[in-house]
Ligand binder design. Sequence first.
Ligand code: CA
Length: 473
Amino acid sequence: MSDTRPNILFIMSDDHASHALSCYGSRINKTPNLDRIADGGMRFDNCFCINSICTPSRATILTGTYNHVNAVTTLSTTMDNRLQTFPKLLQENGYQTAIFGKWHLGTGPDHCPTGFDNWAVLPGQGRYHNPEFIFKGPDGGTTRTVPGYATNLITDMSLDWLKERDRCRPFCLLYHHKAPHRPWYPDEKHAQMFLNKDVPEPETLYDDYSNRASAAAAAEMRVGPHMSSTDLKCEVPTELPENELRRWAYQRYIKDYLRVVASIDDNVGRVLDYLDKEGLAENTVVIYTSDQGFFLGDHGWYDKRFMYEESLRMPFILRYPKEVKRGTLNDDIVLNVDFASLFLNLAGVPIPEDFQGRSFLPILQGNTPPDWRQAMYYRYWMHKAHHNVYAHYGIRTKRYKLIYYYADALGQAGAVDEPHAPEWELFDLQRDPRELHNVYDDPAYGDTVAELKRELHRIQAEVGDKRYAKDMD
Ligand code: CA
């Protein structure tokens, strides 16, 4: 008898912000193929990552645990591949499993992908053109350069694997793009897009970082002054006044970003077409997400790391015609730490007790559990590395966001040992959705601050993370 459990096609890109998908109302681009997933299923508007940076988010997704538990707190920490993961459990329970594309959790025998029948991954960030891939093999695999464009190649490998699969058993395929991660090299096909038109600017492109904790002004990720000639594909005219430089660099940057996104969209379309052609669409759960959000000129920035909205929010759209109504929207708070539990739940595989996330299958079926979380916990550990973003943790509810910049490396690998005085920020997202006015010291919010701090410390205790020594009640 054939196995009727659903297939899982887990598509993840790298640094694709939800405000660059047309199904999320993008003002700057169109993603017709990604929109097919949202139109055919559910769009999540409050899906958040618990640490907005590549490697830690990927470890959380695979293991279903927070970064203080899986020990992948920064870009300098690799994942121990003996940890329990959802692909291993699916494989043990009869699923065919594979990953192609971005891995970024380390290389070699102790860090290469495990729990997959087949894999081919980019070493580190990987290259856009003619990338090297590490192919499954003994001693951590073998490395070979493959001619072509990364987004096309990752798709080709995924389609080849699907075509050769055992048709009597369900599959779980992790189809993980390198794009649109910096330095945003488009392929030839999309290089001419936006050539003679300006892309609309975000409302906060000329942010001056007033009315915030000092962390915002200290960050070195401004569009223009903190970009390289590689990012912008030409010399940076540093003599321009800062706002003019931002205006100019934004156009250079965002056009390349959107061009590499267009290639993802085309390629995802190829895979969706394959599912349609093979009659697989009905019984395949298709997910599109990204490892975190990204600043698309918002607050004058590129990159991520901050707990601010554009970086915290992940796109998450899911199509599963058998169980999920077409074209539905949801605003419950779901997290990347929940994905592993969801995937196991969809496959009918028991969720290990030490997985810290919660399956949101009932939400997909239109029944949000009455005790679903009303707040989420976030922590960025990599103090001052790369873009001078201070280490912080915080809590977000539907209405508020409380952030504590403890601004200390605490011995974390890759963090810079230069502590700063801790600071708090509170945003009332209902009145200030762009997060431009820190109201932490406003007496009108005194009770709210006290309540949010209690909840923050409660969740920290619940997930087993440690509070910073100076963060007292
Ligand atoms: Ca990323």
